[in-house]
Design a protein around this ligand. Structure first.
Ligand SMILES: C[S@@+](CC[C@H](N)C(=O)[O-])C[C@H]1O[C@@H](n2cnc3c(N)ncnc32)[C@H](O)[C@@H]1O
Length: 193
């Protein structure tokens, strides 16, 4: 288990910086990952929130990515099967309505052998006080923080999905005072047929 923002940022930068080809970024927000993408990447963004999408489009153009972001939720992305080399999600799987559906959609969109890179905060282990707190605050964060549920069991969802988790690192990042929040960074691959 690695600790601290520096280790997390290094793992996230390495995972995103390793992507090549056509990359679909789901829940791209305002575009905080542009600086980490390799210059050769063809970026496609999807962001359901209209106001964020406007800023995302502006930042995408400034960063040399001319394509207009898609107005879509990750549960249903208007792109053909097998049309992207990679999918990227940072702090998004906590917010989606249906993780299983999103992961199935990612599998549909990836070419065989394509990869899904993720960096996400996740639920604390069951029967810990942190997990209890996550459950208690979830109704509020769902309303006020883009649908975010801090207790999501994202790693378990990934392992149940059609993707193979090939690399995963665990982090504890400071939140409030001495309180830390668990994060994961990793890569999953769509198996070749
Ligand atoms: C915490 S923000 C992260 C933004 C960006 N990925 C980043 O790392 O800066 C979560 C984002 O997920 C988006 N989101 C919420 N539900 C979504 C869904 N079902 N499909 C795709 N994106 C979603 C929100 O609009 C928001 O932009």
């Amino acid at each position: 288990m690695a600790e601290g923002f520096e280790a997390y940022r290094a793992a996230k930068s390495a995972a995103i910086g390793g992507l090549r080809g056509t990359v679909l970024e789901i829940g791209a927000g305002r575009g905080s990952n542009f600086g980490l993408l390799h210059s050769s990447v063809t970026w496609i963004g999807c962001e359901p929130d209209r106001r964020r999408r406007v800023e995302l489009a502006r930042n995408a153009h400034r960063s040399g990515h001319p394509r207009e972001p898609l107005a879509a939720a990750a549960e249903s992305v208007p792109l053909p099967d097998g049309s992207v080399d990679a999918v990227l999600a940072t702090v998004v799987l906590c917010s989606v309505r249906d993780q299983a559906r999103v992961l199935a959609e990612i599998a549909r969109l990836l070419r065989p052998g394509g990869q899904f890179v993720f960096a996400e905060h996740v639920g604390a282990p069951e029967r810990t006080w942190k997990r209890v707190v996550q459950r208690v605050i979830a109704p509020a964060t769902r309303i006020f923080d883009h649908g975010c549920d801090p207790a999501r069991e994202t790693e378990a969802s990934l392992r149940r999905s059609p993707l193979d988790v090939v690399h995963i690192e665990h982090f504890e990042l400071p939140a409030l005072g001495a309180v830390t929040v668990p994060y994961i960074v990793g890569r999953a691959v769509l198996p070749e047929a």
